[in-house]
Design a protein around this ligand. Structure first.
Ligand code: CA
Length: 228
């Protein structure tokens, strides 16, 4: 059974979540404090997803998130944020959360997010599948981060999708049409130029010298290639 941890100090909300998780077929494990949550995760290494409230009696949810992430890259983390605290979303994602759900939430919304996260992580924590490594670059597909020599590079969703496509096809010339279809979808009716514009911006972010690209190289009259 898929195990989900729910960290929430308010008993009413926690019980409500637990009941709904069980109804949706999950094994729900409860924690009322940050320390308890960390203990539960140590005791249950098969927990696939953790739902973390932010306002807690002993520490804040971001701290819990950071502690979990320090030893566990595979687990999916969803933060419970308050509607009024827009910054929580950003902070949560920065500390390693995968997703957030805003209070008040419906049970259907929460289980949909958990299901999606489970699909993304493959359910059984096969974490190595989530990492792509090429030269100085490491891409984490689950956290959607790209690092170059251990320094995080900030990418838009589109830029991330483009780099992912290149890293999955090293040395292969990809046409601009290929990139457009893969990244923007088959129904996109815009111009091919959008590919070039994004590549130009990406080169500034990832190349050592954007005027002499060596990671995303140009294949004249065709498209681009990852590497020389
Ligand atoms: Ca709380």
């Amino acid at each position: 059974m898929k195990k989900v941890l729910i960290l929430e100090d308010e008993v009413n909300i926690r019980s409500f979540v637990v009941i709904n998780l069980r109804r949706a077929g999950y094994d729900a494990i409860e924690a009322g404090t940050g320390a308890q949550a960390l203990e539960r995760i140590r005791e249950n290494p098969d927990i696939g997803v953790a739902i973390l409230d932010i306002m807690l009696p002993d520490m804040d949810g971001f701290e819990v998130c950071r502690s979990i992430r320090a030893n566990n890259k595979q687990i999916g983390i969803i933060m419970l944020t308050a509607r009024t605290q827009e910054m929580d979303k950003v902070t949560g994602l920065m500390t390693g959360a995968d997703d957030y759900v805003t209070k008040p939430f419906s049970p259907a919304e929460l289980t949909a997010r958990i299901d999606a996260l489970y699909r993304r992580i493959g359910g059984d924590g096969n974490g190595d599948m989530d990492l792509l490594t090429q030269g100085p670059f490491t891409m984490n597909l689950r956290n959607r981060t790209l690092e170059k020599n251990d320094t995080k590079i900030r990418l838009t969703q589109v830029e991330f999708a483009i780099v992912k496509m290149f890293m999955q096809n090293p040395g292969r010339a990809l046409s601009r049409e290929d990139v457009l279809t893969e990244v923007w979808g088959p129904d996109y009716e815009g111009e091919l130029k959008i590919v070039d514009v994004n590549i130009r911006r990406l080169r500034i972010k990832i190349e050592d010298d954007a005027t002499k690209p060596k990671y995303i190289t140009t294949v004249w009259g065709f498209g681009y290639k990852w590497g020389n």
